[in-house]
Design a protein around this ligand. Structure first.
Ligand SMILES: Cc1cc2nc3c(=O)[nH]c(=O)nc-3n(C[C@H](O)[C@H](O)[C@H](O)COP(=O)(O)OP(=O)(O)OC[C@H]3O[C@@H](n4cnc5c(N)ncnc54)[C@H](O)[C@@H]3O)c2cc1C
Length: 427
């Protein structure tokens, strides 16, 4: 076999958190499967993953919704991974940036508080530890906040956060252990260009990249985040097939203030308006407390975490701006102003004071118009499986998605209902 023509059981296209965890699942879940991971660049450079804030929170998820079981399963798998890291004598904080801070979903009006109380009831009935905190109880837990008397929060003590870059690097390192057994190979800076079909069987048999032909015995998994739509069109162009995956990039800015000592957060924080901020379609106007403008294409909602390095991370914006990755200073200013509405100590400083310590992170969330990831075999293209469209939840949903994809390909009994995520009828 020449250097440019190689064979694997599974070829995964895209080395964001979704592709990397899918590769890991195939490698860890079997004794002999071989996996190749292909990326147009290197992990955490182009895609959404490197920008992720890292919260794995259930407080803003809706029990009974299509994504609920996947979110629950995925959160459980992350918890199990953190425990297993600890059992191996490592610290999950170092390895994954893992912190069990709990999360606070904060409401400031009577209407928001009524919604939060209902949410706490539903989350408790669904089996999670969840508690409603009045404004005074909330301030005891998070003294940096300013909140009016009628405000309150849903508190989920078991919610966790991780560092997206550390987590991706750890998964990558785990995958690389299998390289010595000839079960794993990476093809970075080598974009996938097209799929090749076997003349004999008509089945998809290989992925042609810019430098290699990667034959696949069992599956090709397309996990290219926001690029999955255009990539699928290119991949199938010569196969006389048409497939419009309606995923599109939803740009997000995060403001990071390094080594921030002026304010300590004990938990991860999110304003209630985030719930609409995430689900809102491009022209939706239902946002409660987040800010939407610019023809309803930009929304900003307050999220705040302290990461594993002690940096204050403030989010976040959502907008449809194509594949543009440039920093927009006006958006950063508005993220800052939104955070100042919640944290009085930030009002004592300006962004200019923080010029040296501030960084901006930008990523393109893979957005699906119906708000659900698309995970499953592509009709008419045997062996091809899609796994994308996780928008602002890809870190949380990664391990459950990976398990689902591997179970589908290997014909294992599914742990979850696949139907809500199926490709059929959505492309
Ligand atoms: C600001 C921000 C904050 C976020 N915060 C959170 C959070 O707190 N919690 C959470 O759960 N989620 C969060 N998310 C969402 C999460 O980051 C994404 O859902 C997740 O990273 C998507 O992962 P992915 O692997 O599908 O895509 P990506 O990370 O975008 O990876 C796709 C990969 O495909 C590659 N690719 C593209 N074209 C090709 C090609 N032709 N050939 C080969 N490879 C190709 C790219 O180079 C890239 O590496 C956030 C996102 C943003 C932007």
């Amino acid at each position: 076999m020449s250097a440019s023509s190689l064979e694997f059981d599974v070829v995964v296209v895209g080395a964001g958190i979704i592709g990397l965890t899918i590769a890991r699942q195939f490698l860890m879940g079997s004794d002999d499967l071989s996996v190749a991971v292909v990326d147009a660049a290197v992990p955490c450079s182009l895609g959404a993953t490197g920008a992720g804030q890292g919260y794995l929170w259930m407080g803003h998820k809706n029990p009974g919704s299509d994504k609920w079981e996947l979110a629950m399963r995925s959160k459980r798998l992350w918890d199990m991974l953190a425990v297993s890291i600890q059992h191996q004598g490592m610290d999950p904080l170092d390895v994954l940036g893992w912190k069990r801070t709990g999360s606070l979903l904060i409401g400031r009006t009577q209407e928001e508080v009524a919604m939060l109380k209902g949410r706490v009831k539903l989350l408790s009935e669904a089996g999670l530890r969840a508690e409603y905190l009045s404004a005074s109880d909330l301030l005891l837990k998070e003294p940096s906040l300013e909140i009016e008397k009628e405000g309150g929060a849903a508190f989920l003590p078991d919610d966790c956060q991780l560092d997206a870059r550390r987590a991706a690097a750890f998964i990558e390192k785990e995958n690389r252990h299998f390289a010595s057994k000839s079960r794993y190979a990476e093809f970075y800076n080598d974009p996938a260009l097209r799929l090749l079909r076997s003349d004999k069987s008509g089945e998809v048999e290989a992925v042609q990249t810019s430098k290699n032909t990667l034959y696949c015995k069992k599956a090709v998994v397309i996990a290219a985040g926001s690029w999955s739509g255009s990539l699928m069109q290119n991949l199938v162009r010569e196969l006389n097939t048409r497939l419009d995956v309606p995923v599109k990039p939803r740009k997000g800015h995060l403001l990071v203030i390094e080594n921030f000592k002026e304010m300590q957060l004990n938990h991860g924080l999110m304003e209630v308006g985030y719930v609409d901020h995430q689900t809102a379609a491009p022209h939706c106007t239902s946002s409660v407390s987040s800010v939407m403008d610019q023809g309803q294409t930009l929304s900003i909602s307050m999220t705040a975490t302290t990461d594993a390095m002690g940096n204050l991370v403030l989010g976040s914006s959502r907008e449809f701006a194509g594949f543009n990755m440039e920093v927009d200073d006006s958006i950063i200013e508005r993220i800052w102003m939104r955070a100042r509405a919640f944290f009085p100590s930030l009002r004592e400083m300006s962004l200019t004071d923080l010029t040296k310590s501030r960084k901006v992170r930008i990523g393109l969330r893979p957005y699906m118009p119906d708000g659900k990831p698309i995970i499953g075999p592509v009709p008419g293209l045997s062996k091809v499986v899609l796994a994308t469209g996780h928008e602002g939840e890809g870190l949380l949903l990664a391990l459950g998605t990976a398990e689902m994809v591997a179970d589908m390909v290997l014909g294992n009994p599914g742990k979850l209902d696949y139907a809500p995520f199926s490709v059929q009828g959505r492309c």
